[in-house]
Design a binder for this molecule. Structure first.
Ligand code: BLA
Length: 316
């Protein structure tokens, strides 16, 4: 198989040894997310034939406007995976990972999602298998994918406490095992984050591996619409947008978001953001009001506590 990677100076290269990033740490921080991505790519190649995505040619490496940071992009596809892509940002002040894998519409498998934003002092982390369908009202979907994964979620819940306020939409895109957390920078925290990343990715690969191809056209369409809704949300509301615009300017940032990170948003469906999220059209201020967010937060904490009690009861 052809193998590819990004070298340390950010130049695109083909390497004969492995698929992934060069592991050399470019900057001052104690963590480099390149090893996370390399682990994932390596694991993936054990399960499936990973092919370069057509996006790779255009999206590979960019320097930030101030010349002090570098953005490295990798993208692939596979038999069951429409797009597996990663963005790593390394600069003097931050390390960022945005690693997401989208299954093809014939599979209702969750979307793998790892978003880590790291500065010298703090870290904002989302690690999840984002459910494709509603896990609150669609019990069978929750049962199919998440019931057996609750112990995995609990394994990290104690070390990585809930990160705080979220919009109600984000909560709905997250699974019961989401790691949504903020922590101070330390080698120990990165070790545990790496371990969680490895666990979650291996589980995701198993789910994709055992997924059975859907043949019912209406189910495929449902999966496709769910993927498109997800892409629409993220392309519009990604909290990293501001950082990206600052690093590479408005035009490039928008292009990167719509055509690389959330590729498919303009092709997989024709609905717009306001069709999927009409609440934002009329009354943005209300949706964002403290009251609403606190309400959801309160409920989600209750649910999570409840879940822990049930698990404790069942395992005793
Ligand atoms: C903050 N990123 C956040 C937050 C969430 C996410 C939940 C905190 C709450 C919020 O601002 O909404 C991530 N939200 C997600 C994810 C989903 C979602 C993964 O709904 C999926 C459905 N983060 C990145 C990248 C950058 C980044 C690429 O992924 C930078 C280039 C930065 N995330 C970033 C920053 C914040 C943040 C700077 C803080 C934003 C703020 O406080 O305003």
């Amino acid at each position: 198989t052809r193998t590819i990677g990004i070298n340390n100076s950010g130049e695109w290269k083909r390497s004969s040894t492995k698929t992934g990033y060069s592991n050399i740490v470019r900057c001052c921080n104690s963590v480099s997310y390149k090893k996370f991505v390399n682990f994932a790519l390596d694991q993936t190649t054990h399960h499936t034939l990973l092919l370069p995505s057509p996006l790779q040619e255009k999206y590979n490496s960019l320097n930030s406007k101030d010349g002090k940071g570098e953005l490295s992009m990798l993208s692939f596809q596979a038999a069951k995976i429409r797009l597996l892509r990663s963005l790593i940002i390394e600069s003097e002040t931050m390390q960022v990972l945005d690693f997401t894998a989208f299954p093809k519409a014939e599979y209702d498998t969750p979307i793998f999602c790892a978003n880590f934003f790291t500065t010298a002092r703090t870290n904002i982390v989302v690690l999840d298998l984002n459910p494709l369908h509603d896990i609150i009202n669609q019990g069978d979907y929750k049962e199919k994918y998440f019931k057996s994964l609750i112990p995995l979620g609990l394994k990290y819940a104690e070390h990585f406490p809930w990160g705080g306020k979220l919009t109600s939409e984000s909560i709905k895109f997250f699974s019961p095992i989401v790691i949504w957390t903020k922590f101070t920078s330390s080698a120990q925290n990165y070790d545990i984050l790496y371990s969680a990343f490895k666990d979650y990715y291996k589980v995701w690969l198993e789910l994709v591996g055992s997924a059975v191809k859907e043949t019912d056209e209406s189910q495929i369409l449902r999966n496709l619409q769910a993927q498109h809704r997800y892409l629409t949300w993220r392309a519009e509301k990604d909290p990293g947008q501001g950082v990206l615009k600052k690093l590479i300017g408005d035009t490039l940032a928008k292009d990167l978001l719509r055509n690389f990170l959330f590729n498919g948003v303009d092709e997989l469906g024709s609905k717009k953001f306001s069709d999927y999220f009409p609440q934002y059209r009329l009354c943005l201020a209300m949706v964002n009001s403290q009251h609403n967010i606190e309400g959801y937060l309160f409920i989600s904490r209750l649910v999570s506590l409840h879940l822990k009690l049930i698990v404790a009861y069942l395992t005793n």
